[in-house]
Ligand binder design. Structure first.
Ligand code: BG6
Length: 458
């Protein structure tokens, strides 16, 4: 069967500043944490060992072109642009981002720019990070500076990438700095992130720029083990906490009432100001980026909660391992292609069918050099992964979902937080030592698919 996509469908990939640029000036939480606890990072490899986009941006954009990208998302590093988060703008950073943006536009590759992709300037973390409302204001100023500097040539902005991840990693499950386990503080961080998002949207609207502004959320559909009411309720709570805590404010301009009631009943609500509600209502977006990697399967708890234990989302559900689930063993994530369709249908039916696109989807694989044939990684597994997801995406579009494109994580294999270079995701293989780039089979497949705006599959 031929899967053809609508005209002007967005074909591209995503990356982020910290994971690719290198040669950084301003310190981030990642630099600080790595200097103190290198053991937390796979093979002790830290954020300095990147794919050197800062040096290779021009030739890398040529490679994007070779992959037939018509769009590409990366982020601006807040710490590079404003090293202390709130003070002077670094002119070298302005030059660098100007060059990248201009070159992308010149090559016919529309730049999609994220303002925050997990990289908090250390100076901002020192004053409390997202727990401190002064950081919300500093972020709003940073966003405004970016709009003023680049808003004439960047027409697609994203306030945050996966804002729930720093909440989970930094304040619940101990895989990002500052390694806190405290639900109330996590809720405060999440709440202040929504306020920061809304302030950036407000500033963008006030500036009457020509483009649009959105956010990128990792949506993880919550599937209950069964239709038993207790399992269904468990899945509902997981959905409220991990998806709707951001999805509802940015699309509906308010929090789900049952999420607020639940947190209130456990005394976990962050401190709110009366004017916050108006601000959140103004944070409604033009374009939603959806990162989809895996589903979440849950069941009701079958043991009682220890009331002395820290309050956690898992007070309301247990994770469920569905027998026979298809796994990516390298990352330990389930592969469930229909999830992409379920997300789109949920948006169509419950959120007014917003303009959206898949902003990340991908498969991280360890030791990919084992798949080298005639000097090239033959990643047939990745081609299958993409085409199966695209087939479900196609079905969603044919049923009226407003999905405008598909971006893959990622372009060139890159450094990935605590996993460093363990799992490779790129269309292009990176030799970290020599910095040599070699296109994988999946890169060629994607280039052909983008060029034809379609692909064939049984
Ligand atoms: C996404 C992030 O969640 O997943 C990326 O936006 C990240 O920044 C990617 O690199 C892959 O993550 P991991 O943990 O498998 O390396």
């Amino acid at each position: 069967m031929k899967y053809a996509f609508p005209d002007n469908f967005l074909w591209g990939s995503a990356s982020s500043a910290l994971q690719t640029e290198g040669a950084r000036e301003g310190e981030t939480t990642w630099d600080y944490w790595f200097a103190r606890e290198p053991n937390r990072f796979h093979n002790g490899v830290g954020p300095q060992q990147t794919s050197t986009f800062y040096q290779h941006w021009k030739t890398d954009i040529q490679l994007l072109k070779q992959l037939n990208h018509n769009s590409f998302r990366t982020s601006i590093s807040w710490a590079r642009l404003i090293p202390d988060g709130i003070g002077e703008v670094n002119p070298d950073a302005v030059d660098f981002y100007n060059q990248v943006i201009d070159e992308l536009n010149e090559q016919g590759i529309t730049p999609f720019i994220t303002l925050f992709h997990f990289d908090m300037p250390m100076a901002m973390q020192e004053i409390g990070g997202w727990e401190n409302r002064d950081v919300v204001d500093a972020y709003a100023r940073y966003a405004q500076i970016c709009f003023e500097l680049f808003g004439d040539r960047v027409l697609h902005w994203f306030t945050f990438n996966e804002p729930i991840v720093p909440v989970e990693g930094g304040y619940l499950y101990d895989f990002h700095y500052p390694n806190v386990v405290d639900f109330r503080r996590a809720a405060t961080v999440a709440y202040h992130t929504v306020l920061a998002h809304a302030k950036a949207v407000q500033a963008y609207r006030a500036g009457h720029y020509a483009g649009e502004i959105g956010i990128v959320l990792n949506l993880t559909p919550s599937y209950p083990r069964s239709q038993n009411p207790a399992d269904v309720k468990a899945a509902h709570v997981a959905d409220l906490m991990f998806n709707r805590s951001f999805l509802d404010p940015v699309l509906r301009g308010e929090y789900p009432a049952d999420l607020v009631a639940l947190l209130k009943s456990y005394d976990q609500l962050p401190a709110c100001k009366p004017e916050d509600g108006f601000l959140i209502a103004e944070g409604k977006i033009d374009l939603l980026g959806i990162n989809y990697y895996q589903p979440r399967r849950v069941k009701c708890r079958d043991s009682a909660v220890n009331p002395q234990a820290p309050f956690m989302p898992e007070w309301f559900f247990d994770n469920y391992e569905m027998p026979g689930r298809k796994m990516n063993p390298h990352r330990g994530w389930e592969i469930y292609e229909p999830g992409i369709y379920d997300i789109l249908i949920n948006l169509r039916d419950n959120y007014g069918n917003p303009r959206c696109f898949i902003s990340e989807n991908g498969m991280g694989v360890e030791n990919e050099q084992h798949f080298i044939e005639n000097g090239q990684i033959n990643d047939q597994y990745r081609i299958e992964f993409i085409s199966e997801h695209l087939a479900w995406l196609h079905k969603g579009i044919s049923e009226g979902c407003n999905c405008l494109g598909y971006h893959m994580w990622t372009f060139i294999d890159n450094w990935s937080w605590c996993n460093a270079y363990k799992n490779r995701y790129g269309f292009i293989q990176l030799d970290v030592e020599t910095q040599q780039r070699t296109i994988k089979k999946s890169g060629e497949w994607f280039a052909a698919t983008a060029l034809n705006n379609s692909f064939d599959k049984e």
